[in-house]
Design a protein around this ligand. Structure first.
Ligand SMILES: Nc1ncnc2c1ncn2[C@@H]1O[C@H](COP(=O)(O)OP(=O)(O)OP(=O)(O)O)[C@@H](O)[C@H]1O
Ligand SMILES: [Mg+2]
Length: 259
């Protein structure tokens, strides 16, 4: 950050040591600005948000990462700190190797090259959904109701493109309940990292909690849902559940519209 303000820099340095370089990443997300920060102690990822809605998401991500800091079952970046200034929030975490699965799939020109990547996504998600629910996560059956309430709050505040009509439909037509699991909560191919052809890590984990695994499943397959071969590859890795078309649409064309 060229204009990394002095106070922020000081606070950052108290967490990770004196900064030698700070560079904006080539690949940026939609709700934040990401920088690679190098200090004597290591290489870090600084994720900064400025709008209220996205600052809330960043704070949620910080809370998740902090809670997961001393476990190694769920592969996520290591948490170093969260800083809030008047008009911005900043999350500092370990800089992880790899490229997003979206990028890896774009680089893989043929289906043959894409299949193992997608199977690997299925395997990683299968593992997450099979993980025993224990500290810091807690059993809950309220995830979908809470998401719908949040969606309503976003509609009222004009914070979403999802419409009130769609929301009413979703509230009226909740899918039959399935067993809740630990979920990523925004499991698109943008939010997992690939190292040496294997999907190894979850990033962008603000929504990680106990919830409906069909939401992850829907978002994971959304970019290749109409491609039978690629979809089959996903289900070679993911054995947890096979979402119906109606369920897929409820989550992908429905709930996801609000977030
Ligand atoms: N810990 C990390 N190590 C290395 N690179 C990272 C890390 N976290 C994020 N990135 C890079 O930064 C990009 C944006 O990160 P992220 O997905 O967390 O933010 P975002 O997309 O702005 O959030 P959102 O999906 O909520 O819009 C990723 O695509 C990835 O390239
Ligand atoms: Mg993202």
């Amino acid at each position: 950050m060229n204009h990394l303000d002095k106070l922020l820099k000081m606070q950052l340095e108290s967490l990770i040591g004196s900064i030698s370089t700070i560079d904006r990443l080539e690949e940026q997300g939609g709700t934040s600005i990401v920088h690679q920060v190098i200090t004597k102690s290591g290489t870090y990822l600084l994720k900064s948000s400025f709008k209220e809605k996205y600052r809330e998401w960043l704070q949620a991500e910080a809370i998740v990462l902090e809670k997961l800091v001393s476990q190694s079952i769920i592969p996520v970046p290591h948490y170093y700190g969260f800083l809030e200034e008047q008009n911005s929030s900043h999350l500092i975490m370990s800089f992880e190797q790899g490229i997003t699965l979206t990028t890896a799939l774009a680089q893989a020109k043929t289906d043959t090259a894409k299949l193992p990547l997608i199977k690997s996504l299925g395997q990683l998600l299968h593992k997450l959904h099979s993980t025993e629910i224990k500290e810091p996560f807690h059993h809950s059956d309220e995830w979908l109701s809470e998401r719908l309430q949040k969606a309503e709050y976003y509609v009222r505040n004009g914070w979403t493109e999802g419409s009130n009509e769609l929301l009413t439909l979703l509230v009226k037509n909740k899918p039959l309940k399935v067993k809740q699991t630990i979920i990523h909560g925004d499991c698109t191919t943008d939010n997992v990292l690939v190292v040496n052809g294997t999907v190894t890590k979850f990033i962008d984990v603000a929504g990680m909690t106990v919830g409906d695994p069909r939401y992850d499943e829907a978002l994971a397959i959304r970019s290749f849902v109409h491609d039978k071969k690629l979809k089959n590859a996903f289900y070679e890795g993911y054995k947890h559940y096979k979402i119906t078309l109606d369920e897929f649409r409820y989550f992908d064309e429905g709930l996801y519209e609000f977030f």
